[in-house]
Design a protein around this ligand. Structure first.
Ligand SMILES: [Zn+2]
Length: 429
């Protein structure tokens, strides 16, 4: 590597600051709300126009027949690839293009991309159109400085991360786009902060528990059997035995925030008895004993635990209640699961980004693991590609909040880290 390439690259990225701001604003102004999955084609075409001009071959790929895909809301993705002139590794930047609903409490236009005090405001600035723009600027600056490089650069914009990624990275992984034969390094510019490398995430296990009863008149509950009281016994047993057991499990994974270094379980929802009346209904409910109750649990688990263990703990709770209560019966329906994943600290992409952070920011990176999952799960499990991290600008705490923003200086610094990583991995001469 010529010693002055890094200096040139940094200067070039500094010069592109206004371009980076404008690009982020343009992306934010395309309201790719998910659900339902709006404007996916528009954003893919926008990225196509941009990257074609920078010499990338662009492919728009629709994830036909994946959840949510329809003629009205087609699941479009883009993969852009620029080949080097010599054989070598492919570095892939993967960003999701969808954003979550706007919600209440905004003081700026959520799709305006307003710039104020060194920040760009809008839904998706931080999660993660700012990261997408940063990777594009990094790649373009790299290509201007280092036209002769080995391997390839890919940039993808993918659908549906916020709803599981089935019409996005999962689909592309199934189609072979994340096969280690064609892609060797993956960086997902999710907002984990410019000085952190996210190695992976905890596991997920969702299930629905249903307890059964018998309907009867509410004035004579002894003639029926109350499913909500049965569920109450389940909750009680969870409080007595399960929650303390989960709190006692600690992980070696460097999860942030620190509260998520234990096993956790959220009660996602609870329902028993009659459906809630419509808001315009002014009458009373009828007097009935509820004959079923349902609860959805959201269990997040650690790399030291197995899915069997997680499932077994819930079964144990239910079986214990069954022994103690007359007429207790239940169903347990598993809904969704994702294994924990964590890339090794000495994986090539981790070491390269760590070196770049050291050189750009003058400090060692913090290695973290995400409490929740993101698209790395599909790249790992379906694509079988282990050399993958999340690295990008922005503060995770701002994701999905009102007045979401991204700091412009953070994006510029991250672009330098990404660009320098390209120099390191693609070995230009
Ligand atoms: Zn995200």
């Amino acid at each position: 590597m010529a010693p002055d390439q890094t200096g040139h690259l940094h200067a070039r990225i500094t010069d592109k600051r206004d371009d980076l701001i404008a690009l982020t604003q343009d992306l934010v102004r395309i309201p790719t709300l998910n659900p339902p999955g709006d404007c996916y084609r528009d954003i893919c075409e926008f990225i196509q126009t941009r990257l074609s001009a920078s010499g990338f071959d662009c492919k728009l790929i629709r994830a036909h027949d994946t959840p949510g895909d329809s003629e009205k809301y087609p699941r479009w993705n883009i993969i852009a690839r620029r080949e080097g002139n010599r054989p070598g590794a492919c570095v892939h930047f993967n960003s999701h293009t969808d954003v979550v609903e706007v919600g209440q409490g905004w003081t700026t236009d959520p799709f305006g991309g307003e710039v104020k005090d060194g920040k760009i405001y809008g839904r998706g600035t931080c999660d993660m159109k700012g990261g997408l723009a940063t990777s594009i600027i990094a790649a373009e600056a790299f290509l201007e400085i280092c036209s002769d490089f080995a391997g390839a650069i890919e940039i993808s914009g993918t659908a549906d991360e916020e709803t599981g990624g089935y019409g996005g990275v999962a689909y592309l992984s199934e189609q072979g786009y994340f096969n280690p034969e064609r892609v060797q390094h993956v960086i997902i510019p999710e907002p984990l902060q410019k000085d952190r490398i996210c190695l992976g995430h905890r596991g997920v296990w969702w299930a629905e528990i249903e307890t059964h009863g018998e309907i009867a008149h509410g004035s004579m509950p002894f003639l029926g059997d109350c499913a909500v009281r049965h569920m109450g016994a389940v909750l009680h047993e969870m409080e007595q035995s399960l929650y303390p057991a989960l709190a006692a499990k600690h992980t070696e994974m460097p999860v942030v925030p620190v509260g998520a270094r234990n096993s956790t379980m959220n009660i996602n929802s609870f329902h028993g008895g009659q459906a809630e009346p419509a808001p315009d209904f002014t009458g009373l409910p009828s007097a009935c004993v509820p004959d079923r109750a349902r609860m959805i649990i959201d269990r997040r688990y650690l790399i030291e635990e197995s899915e069997d263990e997680v499932r077994g703990e819930i079964r144990d709770v239910l079986e214990k209640v069954k022994l103690e209560r007359e007429n207790f019966s239940y169903d347990l329906r598993e809904m969704w699961s994702v294994s924990p994943t964590m890339t090794e600290k000495d994986a090539p992409v981790v070491e390269s980004v760590a070196k770049s952070i050291g050189s750009v920011l003058g400090k060692a990176p913090e290695y973290v693991v995400s409490p929740g999952t993101y698209d790395q799960k599909h790249i790992d499990r379906i694509g079988k590609l282990k050399n993958c991290i999340a690295y990008g600008p922005g503060l995770l705490e701002l994701a999905h909040k009102p007045d979401e923003y991204i700091g412009i200086d953070d994006m510029v610094d991250s672009a330098k880290v990404m660009g320098q990583t390209l120099i390191d991995l693609l070995k230009p001469e």
